[in-house]
Design a protein around this ligand. Sequence first.
Ligand code: ADP
Length: 161
Amino acid sequence: MKKAIYPGSFDPVTNGHIDIIERSKSLFKEVVVLVVKDNPSKELLFSTEEKIEMIKESIKHYSNVSVDSFEGLLVEKAKTIKADVIIRGLRAISDFEYEFQIALMNRRLSSKINTVFMMPNEKYTYLNSSIVKEVARLGGDISAFVPKHVEEKLKEKFKLK
Ligand code: ADP
């Protein structure tokens, strides 16, 4: 049984991410959700600490899932924490090219680490953090897309309450 890492921006964590975590936790001995530390190429709404808190709350019932953050090369972080597998979610063909490129580059950088792609329930295939933020900013109902505590945080950010 392997130790897996699930890296991403998680700005914020959505039900799509949680679907992937739930599938992964029964396939691997241990799953570490890894929040990428403030990436200047992405416009982020939440700080790393806020993102970690929201993920922690979402995974509190899972005994073999934890959360951590990282900066720099993912394969280096994987080596440091002795993880063998990288989990990524695949929603549609549009994700494929980008994910394929990263997976092959990571394998080139560290041949021992394999990337495993997981597909979420089809109801989450159109879901991403950006669209959730946009709908929340405009005051739309996001209760089907994120856990309750994340919905509350989004409302606070956009001063909707
Ligand atoms: P990144 O900036 O690394 O893409 P994201 O937080 O957007 O960070 O995504 C992290 C991982 O979760 C990626 O592998 C992405 O494909 C996957 N993911 C994001 N949203 C969903 C979803 N709705 N269903 C399944 N996988 C998802």
